[in-house]
Design a protein around this ligand. Structure first.
Ligand code: SF4
Length: 201
């Protein structure tokens, strides 16, 4: 059974099953680099907040990863404030909203940043590898899921249809999806809440 409540423990199951590619990419970077650059942290923390992960769980998750790269003390001094800020408990104390797809699509990563929509910036080989290894999609049983997703990104007129690619990705990850109910995907949080309504493949 897939858990419903997003916590420092359940994120390990919920991320590969129910996070859209942009947020799964940030999650996987957290797990491998134990660190995220500024924009990635903002996008990811606001997404987690929008998924009802509470502040304590979010702090615990980031601390467990960042302590492996910068150490507990530096995390508490330099990074915990940013999480509390994004949760509206520091600085301007505003109810900051999670970014929608259009904002994430416009936000291209540079250098060793990890934020952004993978359908906008990954080349063909990188996206293919990410879908197979990071997202665990396969072509077993004659499925053409990967081809279907790639077709929206690398189409004849070279227009990357990120929203349609993301909807195709959603259908590939879930059983018996209603293709009209989730087309197009407009925000990572919409993707997540829709995912909880379906069985994972
Ligand atoms: Fe994320 Fe939206 Fe891109 Fe999907 S279309 S990967 S939800 S930014």
């Amino acid at each position: 059974d897939v858990p419903r409540m997003l916590t420092n423990e359940t994120i390990e199951v919920l991320a590969p099953n129910s996070f859209p590619p942009c947020m799964l990419n940030l999650y996987l970077a957290m797990r491998t680099k134990h660190h995220l650059k500024y924009t990635g942290r903002v996008h990811f923390q606001l997404f987690l907040k929008g998924c009802q992960m509470n502040l304590e769980e979010c702090l615990a998750f980031f601390r467990s990863e960042f302590s492996q790269s910068v150490g507990d003390n530096k995390f508490d001094r330099e990074y915990a404030y940013g999480i509390r800020y994004n949760y509206g408990l520091e600085g301007k104390r505003q109810n900051w909203q999670p970014k929608n797809c259009n904002a994430i699509i416009r936000s291209l990563p540079g250098g060793d940043e990890t934020h952004g929509c993978p359908f906008t910036f990954m080349d063909k080989k990188t996206l293919d590898g990410f879908l197979r290894e990071g997202c665990c999609l396969t072509e077993k049983d004659g499925s053409n899921d990967i081809e279907d997703i790639m077709g929206h990104v690398f189409n004849d007129d070279n227009r990357r249809d990120c929203h349609l690619a993301c909807s195709a990705y959603f259908r590939a990850k879930h059983d018996n999806t209603d293709p009209f109910a989730i087309t197009p995907i407009e925000s990572p949080n919409q993707y997540y809440s829709e995912s909880l309504k379906y069985n994972i493949r």
